[in-house]
Design a protein around this ligand. Structure first.
Ligand code: NDP
Length: 323
């Protein structure tokens, strides 16, 4: 029988267990995929810890790449042997093999490895919808991207630069600053030491057009204070904790600002949206405009250690788990 990471109660990384699971034939509309690599994402820690509640016991993980083994009735555009990758759909990617809805799978371009596929789908599709749909970055825009050396961060900074923006990134250490500087950031702010809004004003004058903020609680106010009048705060994650409730009058006082709290699933719920966004992502990666940095690799069975390192801010770029 194949193995998977599962958890029976929420908590720290120690709740993750390596268990045997039964995997049957794909139901109508499904494909069975044997994973070659699985992606690690910060959202996995929210599921494990209970910030985003799941019915228990549960599998974990939302991203993988591998080979189609079998397809269910009605699946016409995939066949055994196809190389595929995905992000989203039912939770449970931390496994060796699984069935999942075929309409969530994208064929992996031949030039991209399984490791790259598993590393780039969730973080890359996120960068894609943030930069191309939520606030479409225009040439000449000044943009602020928090956690610039992280998974979403490294991809978003390179992509924003390729779109012609002036990119300001924030990071916690000198080493991460150097990495962000090599991946699209024109300016890097050490947000653990410097006043972000003050530095942004020094760099830009009136402030940035948009802030992409996956850090949440610790950066929220500084993000609002970094915006130009009528600028947009895209608060899309909680790496430092969830943003507490705030008074909308603040948005008036700070310059008729916009705030949105987007989720990848709402930008890819239609197959056509997923395919369009996926092809934009594949284009920038295959063309070399965005390089996917797989900077950590763990055995899937060691997912708990990967979670510890991610939550301790020890990782940079993307991380994969090998089944
Ligand atoms: P990252 O690789 O970016 O890891 C998180 C980073 O956040 C850390 O490396 C760290 O960078 C920074 N950070 C700041 N404060 C803390 C803290 N207190 N604890 C831990 N890390 C902290 O993760 P991902 O790329 O997987 O995800 C980035 C964010 O995007 C997450 O919040 C995630 O939930 C969100 N996300 C949202 C999606 C959506 O659709 N809404 C989809 C995908 C991701 P540093 O050391 O430089 O501060």
């Amino acid at each position: 029988m194949p193995f998977a990471i599962r958890f029976h109660q929420t908590g720290g990384p120690e709740v993750l267990r390596w268990e045997e699971v039964a995997v049957g034939d794909p139901a109508p509309g499904e494909a069975r995929v044997r994973h070659e690599a699985v992606g690690l994402n910060f959202i996995d820690t929210y599921h494990r810890g209970g910030l985003y509640p799941l019915p228990l016991p549960s599998g974990l993980g939302r991203e993988g790449a591998g080979v189609v083994e079998a397809v269910g009735d009605g699946v016409t555009d995939l066949k055994p042997g196809d190389r595929v990758a995905y992000a989203g759909g039912p939770i449970g990617a931390y496994c060796q093999v699984r069935c999942l809805p075929a309409d969530r799978l994208l064929k992996l371009p031949d030039s991209l490895s399984f490791n790259t596929g598993a590393a780039m789908m969730l973080q890359g599709l996120t960068a894609a919808y943030l930069l191309r749909r939520t606030y479409p970055v225009q040439r000449g825009d000044k943009v602020l991207i928090h956690a610039a050396a992280g998974g979403v961060g490294l991809i978003a900074c390179q992509w924003a630069k390729a779109l012609g923006a002036t990119v300001i990134g924030t990071v916690s250490t000198e080493a991460k600053a150097e990495l962000a500087g090599k991946h699209g950031c024109d300016h890097v702010i050490l947000y653990t030491r410097e006043d972000v809004a003050k530095r942004v004003r020094e760099i830009t004058g009136e402030g940035v057009a948009v802030v992409y903020d996956g850090v949440g609680k610790d950066t929220f106010m500084g993000s609002l204070d970094s915006l130009r009048p009528r600028g947009m705060l895209v608060t899309f994650g909680n790496a430092s904790g969830a943003v507490p409730p705030f008074d909308p009058l603040l948005l008036a006082q700070k310059g008729s600002l916009f705030v949105t709290r987007p989720v990848l699933d709402h930008y890819t719920s239609k197959r056509s949206e997923l395919v369009a966004l996926g092809s934009e992502l594949f284009d920038v990666v295959v063309s070399g405009q965005v390089k996917i940095e797989v900077n950590q690799t763990y055995a899937l069975a060691d997912a708990a250690q990967a979670h510890r390192d991610l939550e301790a801010r020890k990782t940079t770029g993307s991380t994969i788990l090998v089944p």
